[in-house]
Design a protein around this ligand. Structure first.
Ligand code: BGC
Length: 899
């Protein structure tokens, strides 16, 4: 049998990354095999200094030799230290279960960043004088944060020559808040909105580019730098740039070009630019050739000044890119000189304009999610974000413009001042987000669920801007931690989030204060949001734990263990008798009819998250074999649980805020949370479940009455407690409040509020926090879940419920792709499953084992209530409750079940 070479090679979660700075980066690969139950018995990694050497299968930099191990991911490099700005080539092969060797994989590479601080020779530079402009500031939770004072874009240029025989040219660059790098007249690479956002008082992330193919003898580098978040209102100073280009010659010589005060600096056609306000671009100010060699830069009399800047680190997450183009669906003119395009989809990004007209003609482009009844643009949900890009034509032919240092959340685009009559071809929508690779796929026989899933995907993409954001349209777009963790499982199931969250956990760590507290938003651009609501601060532990659960990344747990402990201790210091009375601010945010948590007491939510965090923290300690912490935090969790029940549990339900003595309705969230974590004492659990179900059915007619926190856990709790049908009815509820209502009202993403609100106030139409339901689709509708870290053990458990005929889900695990596809007939079930090499699955079919015939391929496995002829690798048994349990190792399977 042919043994296939490893595929899907990754270094630190990324394909061919540039800017690797760790001493021991980790390598991962994926195996495929036609043989069921195949396993990697050993691997060999080689790292070479040249492609040809790697292809000769020589690891002159490192050769792991044959290592007996099943591990196919996050295998750390263990060779000699790397050199900065150097390209390394690597490949891997494996030995299968029987010791047969595969060929080596194709050769891939990584490029190192600047490994030591002293390797950085470049200086931060800026412009001596800035031209400022003012825009509206953010109103955050009702509080005015003052206006934003920002700078016109700065243009930097430098000429340089190289000698013949360049082997490699590597650039490391960061421009704060946003930059665009150009070389010899062209933009370098396809990343936009660089660099990734961080707290610029603590760290800035540089990107690494391979310029080898672009370098000529005479070169010019041009960099445009804009504001992004690098503004005074967030406690920063002016936009600035740092760049270092390392040239390596064939003969071993090296040379470098660094930013310093010899760089020229000027203003240019891009003037005002703000994340919220949009940008102004006057094409009459363009200087063709400014970023090319032989440009006569007489008018560039000014030299850059060196300035202070933050420490830099490498960007090791996928960049933001334009990942798709969206054509407008319709065009109307609701008023003279006003043209309104409808893209038919809410998304984040901007419009690309095609225009022809006289020099100086000025086109204004405004963006919004909504449209008034009279067909004009409704910008109410943008709040203080002006969301306007202005383009002044150079004249004399066809012109194309798109903004570069701003983005918008929108479905509608308004053009004013367009010379002539625009057509549907005059604009296209650019979909913009961190380009995380897709890692999941889901669909089922219920069209509404599929539509919700699509809305979630659009919403999720709209809210990945190098940090997880709350929304893309209004004057926030911040890393609200609550929103981040609520959507995290959904994001991980749909996209490869490993590198993204690795970076974001670092952002959270940097945001922690000495006393252990965290802010509500990370990066903490709003410095005042400390300490976080515990329901928000929990993101730190949830994201770290998810990295372990889904990617089996233990290194993350180690890295964050002490700061997490500090955070837990901060919570402990604020607890009174184990109850968190003071830290809550938002709690079960945005339930129907409200922004604040209405019925769910803040201290209940806060204390529940305290318990949740301590319980997980003790598990983390266990994974890391920190046994004292495992035990002592385990005990603390028990004590919190007891105090929680004492404080909040009544006869048969948990405490809620009631508006009067006559208000006896059961509150959903108060009961969902303790049920989710199995906190309810055995004697009362059945009563609490019964109350919850009674309330859901009798009081709410299968409508949820939850905010973002309760919604996250509601569907799982119902499913775990045998009420899948109630969960399904609530999830597919067509009337208010519910997902079906949103969609019936035209939502193409998910709203912030359950209500359709189209005036001012908090009414974003593209928030991701309610997207948590999508993880339940994978888990409960497709019936696919991860049982052991890194999907080592997988559970497949399709719901047997008349409202669903079929479902399919696939997910890219660290061990390879797992997929499930099931379809029901009246008395039958077809189930196809693929389990990746190195994993195993347990299938649970809650059909009465009696009277059922189970086949795999053509073989009967179960008949007349007992196992029949067996396939050696498949084991089948029945539980007392009559559920068939099938255990399988890796491989492809087709089961059929008939009654
Ligand atoms: C954001 C939310 C966030 C919340 C905190 C809002 O303004 O948009 O999504 O979690 O504030 O309460």
């Amino acid at each position: 049998m042919k043994i296939c070479a490893p595929e899907h090679l990754r270094c630190e979660y990324l394909p061919n990354p540039l800017g690797v700075t760790m001493a021991a980066p980790r390598f991962s690969w994926i195996l495929s095999s036609d043989r069921r139950g195949d396993r990697q018995s050993a691997y060999q990694i080689i790292v070479a200094s040249e492609l040809e050497i790697a292809q000769r299968e020589i690891g002159d930099v490192w050769d792991s030799g044959r290592v007996e191990s099943e591990r196919n991911f996050q295998v750390p490099y263990a060779g000699e230290p790397f050199q900065s700005s150097t390209k390394y080539f690597w490949q891997v092969r494996w030995w299968d279960l029987n010791g047969g060797a595969s060929p080596f994989s194709p050769t891939v590479f990584f490029v190192t960043g600047l490994l030591k601080e002293k390797d950085w020779k470049a200086k931060w530079i800026s412009k001596r004088e800035h031209r400022v402009f003012r825009t509206k500031g953010t109103v955050i939770l009702g509080e005015h944060r003052g206006e934003y004072i920002q700078s016109h874009a700065i243009y930097f240029r430098q000429d340089f020559e190289v000698k013949p025989g360049v082997k490699r040219a590597i650039a490391h660059i960061c421009g704060l808040g946003y930059y665009e790098l150009r070389l010899n007249g062209k933009k370098v690479g396809d990343a936009v909105l660089e660099p990734a956002q961080t707290d610029y008082n603590k760290a800035a992330l540089y990107s690494t580019y391979d310029l080898t193919e672009l370098i000529q003898t005479k070169n010019a580098i041009g960099v445009v730098v804009g504001n992004g978040r690098m503004i005074k209102s967030y406690g920063y100073d002016q936009p600035k740039l740092i760049a270092q280009i390392e040239i390596e010659y064939e003969n071993g010589g090296r040379e470098r070009l660094v930013t310093d005060d010899s760089w020229k600096v000027a203003f240019g056609p891009l003037t005002e630019n703000g994340i919220y306000s949009g940008e102004k671009y006057d094409a009459r100010e363009e200087q063709p050739g400014w970023d090319e060699a032989n440009f006569e830069d007489y008018s560039w009399g000014e030299r850059a000044v060196t300035v202070q800047g933050p420490p830099v680190d490498s960007r090791l997450l996928p960049p933001i890119r334009v990942t798709g183009l969206i054509r407008p669906k319709s065009l109307a003119s609701p008023e003279p000189d006003v043209h309104l395009f409808d893209f038919g989809q809410n998304f984040a990004g901007w419009a690309r304009l095609r225009v022809q007209g006289p020099r100086g003609a000025t086109v204004s482009m405004r963006y919004a999610e909504l449209r008034h009844e009279d067909g004009t643009l409704n910008t109410s949900s943008n709040q203080n974000a002006e969301a306007r890009d202005v383009y002044v034509l150079r004249g004399g032919g066809s012109e194309t413009y798109e903004p570069r240092f701003t983005y918008h959340g929108f479905r509608y685009l308004e053009l004013k001042g367009f010379p002539g009559e625009p057509t549907l071809d005059s604009v296209e929508g650019c979909l913009v987000h961190t380009d995380v690779p897709p890692a999941g796929d889901f669909s089922c026989s219920h069209p509404l669920i599929n539509q919700i899933h699509q809305n979630v995907l659009w919403g999720q993409k709209s809210n990945l801007m190098s940090i997880p954001t709350d929304c893309p349209q209004r004057d926030e777009r911040h890393g609200w931690l609550g929103d981040a963790h609520l959507a995290a499982e959904e994001a991980i199931l749909n996209f490869d989030m490993a590198a993204f969250y690795t970076k974001y956990l670092e952002d959270i760590r940097l945001a922690q204060k000495e006393d252990g507290s965290l802010p509500d938003t990370v990066p903490p651009y709003f410095g005042h949001l400390y300490p976080a609501d515990p329901a928000w601060g929990s993101a730190y532990i949830i994201l770290a734990w998810n990295m372990y659960q889904f990617y089996e990344d233990k290194k993350i747990l180690e890295r964050h263990f002490l700061p997490l402990k500090k955070y837990i201790e901060f919570l402990r210091a604020n607890a009174e008798g184990h109850i968190l009375k003071k830290l809550g601010k938002y709690g079960d945010w945005c339930p129907p009819g409200s922004i604040g948590p209405k019925k769910t007491p803040l201290e209940l939510t806060s204390t529940w998250f305290y318990y949740h965090d301590v319980a997980i923290f003790s598990k983390i300690a266990q994974v890391l074999a920190r046994n004292d912490d495992f035990r002592s935090y385990g005990r603390l969790a028990e004590e919190i649980k007891e105090a929680f029940n004492k404080a909040f549990l009544g006869e048969e339900e948990y405490k809620a805020v009631h508006i009067s003595a006559a208000d006896r309705l059961t509150n959903q969230t108060s009961n969902i949370l303790p049920l989710y974590l199995e906190m309810v004492p055995a004697g009362k659990k059945a009563k609490v479940i019964a109350r919850l179900l009674h309330g859901l059915e009798q009081d709410q007619d299968f409508h949820l009455d939850t905010g973002i926190i309760g919604t996250r856990y509601l569907f799982d709790v119902l499913t775990q407690n045998g009420a899948f049908e109630a969960a399904f009815r609530t999830a597919t509820q067509a009337s208010y409040p519910g997902f079906g209502y949103m969609i019936a009202e035209g939502a193409t993403t998910l709203w912030e509020r359950w209500e359709k609100l189209t005036r001012g106030g908090m009414n974003s139409h593209n928030h991701i926090m309610l997207g948590s339901i999508d993880a339940w689709f994978y888990r409960a509708i497709a019936g696919l879940r991860c049982l052991e870290p890194g999907w080592k053990r997988i559970l497949v458990n399709p719901p047997l419920f008349d409202g669903l005929r079929s479902a399919t889900a696939a997910h890219e695990t660290p061990r390879g792709e797992v997929s499930v596809e099931w379809e029901r007939g009246d008395n039958s079930l077809q189930l196809a499953i693929a389990v990746p090499v190195g994993a195993e699955a347990e299938i649970r079919l809650s059909l009465l084992a009696e009277g059922t015939t189970l086949k795999e391929g053509g073989t009967v496995l179960w008949e007349n209530g007992k196992p029949s002829q067996s396939q050696p690798e498949i084991s089948v048994s029945a539980t007392e409750g009559g559920c068939l349990v099938i255990s399988i190792p890796s491989g492809q399977y087709r089961f059929s079940l008939t009654k």
